[in-house]
Design a protein around this ligand. Sequence first.
Ligand code: ZN
Length: 278
Amino acid sequence: MRTLYVPGRQQAGGQSRLPGGECYVDRAARVSEICGRGLRVLHGAGTGDCGRSRRVPGWSYEGNTGPDHWADLSPDFTACRIGSQQTPIDLLNAQKAEVSIEIDYRPLPLRLANNGHTIQAAAADGGAVSIDGTGYDLAQFHFHHPSEHTLDGVAFDMELHLVHKSGAGGLAVVGVFMKEGSHNSALDAVFNCMPLNAGGEVLAVERFDPAVLLPKSRTGFRYTGSLTTPPCSEGLVWTVFQDPIEVSREQIRRFALLFPNNARPTQRKSDRGLAEAR
Ligand SMILES: [Zn+2]
């Protein structure tokens, strides 16, 4: 059995629905709604920390547990400092190319979790990609604000990461820049239903097609990199598309209220080639 969860409008206490905006709440999930947007906490999680996620103990994006200190926090995190294939990096427009990737996504129920570091959608049934003959199943996608990769030294407003896993355990991540522009109604289910607090989880909509997250062009960048969060494991196949998708200022603002900065700074490129696979 599920409880209907109706996000309010911007005014406090409003019962009206946002465009596209019914969300269904998992019975067992601890769910809170977007603070200050006329929404209320449904299960636990407290109302006193409107606007920001509570920090999960461990690593973070600032201060003594921020990116410069990740390697000090656990012996498992040493790659964050000594790795030679770390992500993100600055991408150079001059090195873009047509990247070889076959994408076969399919609609899935959109389950969003606030894990204290980002909003992440579980996407185990969302299809797969094929890169140079290796198949990788979509596992999850999540968001960063601002972007982690930069293009000629410039960051975008946000970046989406679609994380895929091969049968052998290899990881391939597809990065999509997001920039301020038109309202993106295809992403209402994400931006209207984000759980406010760390630990919050919501079934946002029954059917969401991950393909709406992709730009049309397959021009971009391919390189070997790492997770951008601890333990910063290496050997990941990165594909970052050149063209951004657009989201509205309000959509960005909603995410930024929860995560003012959840982007790791750019890392040394060392001798890695960009767009090495075509
Ligand atoms: Zn990421």
